[in-house]
Each structure stands twice: as structure tokens, then as C-alpha cells.
Design a protein around this ligand. Structure first.
Ligand code: FA5
Ligand code: MG
Length: 423
């Protein structure tokens, strides 16, 4: 099956992003809805929950450099190749990532800045930034979210080993006195191996330092929020993971309100990354943590779109530096609209392409999109799809007329940009 792609005549020759002009080409898939989010930088807006959470994390690492002003436009080389992603990694595809053109994309993770930051000589740093991924539409997925990258590297010699061990002792003491239950996995295992160029003892000590440091960060973030007077211990679970740019690698989950919540990915930095950055004589760790999921839990924010709201009933509830419970204001009614269409013979439409079209037409008026029907006609070989779009504003009541208008635009664009036959 060939994937349908937007008809290129619909694209302007140039697009402007942050005051710069970029040539478009066949890979261009960034939409105006996404471009409009780039200057907003929620993690730097005073009193915004994402900014308070970022500050809380930064204050836990007072002697680290705190970076937050790097442009989200990066080369695919920087986002993927420099971090040892294989050529055929699915993240590279235009269905998963936003491309300005074949040479420029929106970063999909803050790890894209590891090499340049290490190259600048930083040895202990945090970097907070907006990241972009093409995805489905629902209450916990938004194509823009925020990550904090953290890293620490040590001299790969006796002085570095001493530094790690002293820090491990300090952190172990702190954690021993805390109300935390940790489910651990081995620092190194056959399925989560030490890198060939690493001394196993050193790699283990670094992985241990990573775990101690993050357990202590989880206590800082969730310990207080769980209620200072609560007797319940904080439960943290370590899981083996895989990332092309770390080994061993882990994911961390935290038990909150009865559910395991995935917080971050991390690991011992692949030596190739440090070599590229010109710091081959170092060894260290890195982590990448998503801010929205943590903030939704801490502040009881029920829908990820709310972070983008400019409604005073949302923004006025928050004060810089304070974690408070969000009081939802009344939900406005939903309005469901279906669209059914035939794809051309033997063609497929990627769900992310459909969602981006809807998001770009309806903006934040769309709450979620579900495919409710799909079948292929046995004789014609043509496939029919039906999507149900749930429209709801977080800020106001929508008139039926307005929704019909938006839905008409969705249908028209669907017909014009993809070669489909509306049913
Ligand atoms: C990464 O992005 C790696 N760069 C993390 C990393 C950094 C690993 C350094 C090793 C060393 P991942 O795609 O799992 O990994 O995302 C990391 C975190 O971002 C997740 O744990 C989650 O908290 C958050 N996240 C990922 N996808 C989304 C999403 N669609 N919406 C909200 N948060 C997300
Ligand atoms: Mg993950």
C-alpha cells in the first residue's frame, strides 16, 4: 500500500518560523497550528504550572547549569544521527516527526542538544525545552510537550571514580532516611549491558549515581505533593529500557493515586556521544523527563490542552513556585461530527496525517479524534474510513453553526489535500 501524502501544490514555496524563511520540499509536514506554538515557550512563562515544575526540578540541582533557550529547529543529524539512531528508526519518518524540509526538523526530544552542550564543556546541566511529535489527539496527547534533559559527566579516571563514590554515599544516606520504596533492577545485566569501552565497575557506579540522584528527585517532586502529613511511602519502580544513545538504559515509574506513571528515560551516556562532543575522557549519565504528565498529576489538570489555555479562569489559578490543585470550571458541551470517505484504490492514510489536518483546521476546539469504522470493499479494493471528531472548547460554548463551519473546512481540506472521495 502506498501512503497518501498531501498534494504539494497546497504548500507555499517558503515558510516563516521565528522570523526566518525556510524553503519547503516534499518532506515538509509542519502545519500553521504547530508553527503558532513555537514562540510560546510555556516553560518560561511566570506562574505557569510547567514553569513552576521546571523551577522545582532546577532547585533540586542547584550546582547544575540551567539552560532553556535553545531553538527547537534542529537538523535530523542532530536529533538522530549524532545520537546513534539507526537509519531505519521509525522516529525519523514524516509520519512521526515534523519536518520544515529534508534538512531541518523540530526536535523530538531534548537529547538532541546533548552533543553541543557537552562540547561547550558543561559537565552538570539541565536543559528544558518544547519538543514536537506527530501523534493521535486525545486528553493526554498533544503534538507539543516539554522535556527536561539532565546530565552529569565525570573524569574517567581515579579522581572521577572518587567523585562518584562520594556522591553515592551522600545520596544513599539521604535516601535511607526517607519514606521511599524502590523496586530496582540490576545496574548492568546481559539484556542491559555495559558498553565495551567502559570499565564495568565505573559504569555500575555511574548507573548507581543516576538512580540515587533520580530517586531523590522523585522524592522532591512527589514526596511533598503526596501530602506532607501522609504516612504512605513514595513508590518508585526502575525498569530496563532501550535507547540508542545510552547503555545501560532505564525507565522510571512512580506510583501515584494507585497507578504507575511513566516519568522518564535515562541511562549511561553512549561513549560515541561524548567522543563526538570532544570529551572522550569522561563518563556519565543522562535523563529525559516529560513535564506535562507530572504537572497533570501534581496539579490535577484533567486535559493536556489546558496548558495552552489563555483563559484567566485557568491562568489566574496558579502562582509561581506553588503547587495547588486546579479547580475545573464547568465543561462546555461536546459536539460530535463524523466524516466517512473512500481512499483511492490500494492507498492508505496515516492517522497522524488525518489528526494534523483536523488539528490545523480546528485548533484546540478538537478534544479527540477516533476512527470508528474501516472496511475494504471486496470488489473494488477501495477502503472506507470513518472518523468521529469530538469538538469542545475549554473556554466557551460553541454554536452548532460554528462547528458545522469547522467541520465543512475539515471535509473540504480532506478532499483537496488527499485524493479521497467523501461519502
Ligand atoms: C526520550 O525522549 C529520551 N530522549 C529520554 C532519554 C534522555 C533517555 C536521556 C536516555 C537519556 P521518551 O520518548 O520515552 O524518551 O520520552 C521521555 C519522557 O517524555 C517520557 O517518559 C514521558 O514522560 C515524556 N513523554 C514522551 N512522550 C510523551 C507525550 N506524547 N506526551 C507527554 N509526555 C511524553
Ligand atoms: Mg518511553
Amino acid at each position: 500500500r502506498r501512503a497518501l501524502s498531501a498534494v504539494s501544490s497546497a504548500l507555499p514555496k517558503h515558510i516563516e518560523i521565528l522570523g526566518q524563511q525556510y524553503l519547503t520540499d516534499l518532506t515538509t509536514n509542519i502545519t500553521p497550528a504547530i508553527i503558532s506554538k513555537i514562540p510560546l515557550r510555556l516553560h518560561t512563562q511566570p506562574s505557569h504550572p510547567l514553569s513552576t515544575l521546571r523551577n522545582l526540578i532546577e532547585s533540586h540541582y542547584p550546582d547544575f547549569a540551567h539552560l532553556s533557550s535553545l531553538s527547537p529547529l534542529v537538523t535530523p543529524f542532530k536529533n538522530f544521527d549524532e545520537l546513534s539512531f539507526p537509519q531505519d528508526h521509525p522516529g525519523r519518518s514524516v509520519t512521526d516527526s515534523y519536518y520544515i524540509n529534508k534538512d531541518m526538523m523540530l526536535r523530538t526530544h531534548t537529547s538532541a542538544h546533548e552533543v553541543e552542550t557537552f562540547r561547550r564543556g558543561e559537565t552538570k546541566w539541565l536543559l528544558t525545552a518544547d519538543v514536537y511529535r506527530r501523534d493521535e489527539i486525545d486528553g493526554s496527547h498533544y503534538p507539543v510537550f516539554h522535556q527536561v534533559e539532565g546530565a552529569r559527566i565525570f573524569n574517567a579516571d581515579a579522581s572521577g571514580m572518587k567523585e562518584v563514590e562520594e556522591d553515592n554515599e551522600r545520596l544513599s544516606l539521604h535516601l535511607a532516611r526517607s519514606n521511599i520504596i524502590i523496586e530496582d533492577v540490576p545496574h548492568i545485566s546481559p539484556t542491559n549491558p555495559v558498553q565495551p569501552s567502559h570499565n564495568p565497575q565505573f559504569s555500575e557506579a555511574v548507573a548507581k549515581n543516576l538512580k540515587l540522584s533520580l530517586n531523590s528527585l522523585m522524592l522532591e517532586i512527589f514526596g511533598a505533593a503526596a501530602g506532607a502529613n501522609s504516612e504512605e511511602p513514595l513508590r518508585v519502580r526502575w525498569i530496563e529500557a532501550y535507547f540508542p544513545f545510552t547503555s545501560p538504559s532505564f525507565e522510571v515509574e512512580v506510583m501515584f493515586q494507585g497507578k504507575w506513571l511513566e516519568i522518564l528515560g535515562c541511562g549511561v551516556v553512549r561513549q560515541a556521544t561524548l567522543d563526538t562532543a570532544g570529551v572522550s575522557n569522561k563518563i556519565g549519565w543522562a535523563f529525559g523527563l516529560g513535564l506535562e504528565r507530572i504537572a497533570m498529576i501534581l496539579y490535577s489538570i484533567p486535559d493536556i490542552r489546558l496548558f495552552w489555555s489563555t483563559d484567566p479562569r485557568f491562568l489566574s489559578q496558579f502562582e509561581q513556585g506553588k503547587i495547588t490543585t486546579f479547580k475545573p470550571y464547568s465543561k462546555y458541551p461536546s459536539c460530535f461530527k463524523d466524516v466517512s470517505f473512500w481512499l483511492p484504490r490500494n492507498a492508505a492514510l496515516h492517522e497522524n496525517d488525518f489528526c494534523d489536518l483536523v488539528r490545523d483546521t480546528a485548533g484546540d476546539l478538537v478534544e479527540d479524534v477516533k476512527r470508528i469504522d474501516e472496511f475494504t470493499h471486496p470488489k473494488t479494493g477501495k477502503t472506507s474510513l470513518c472518523y468521529r471528531i469530538n469538538y469542545r472548547s475549554m473556554d466557551r460554548s460553541l454554536s452548532n453553526e460554528e462547528i458545522n463551519h469547522v467541520q465543512n473546512d475539515v471535509v473540504t481540506r480532506l478532499r483537496d489535500q488527499f485524493d479521497v472521495e467523501i461519502r
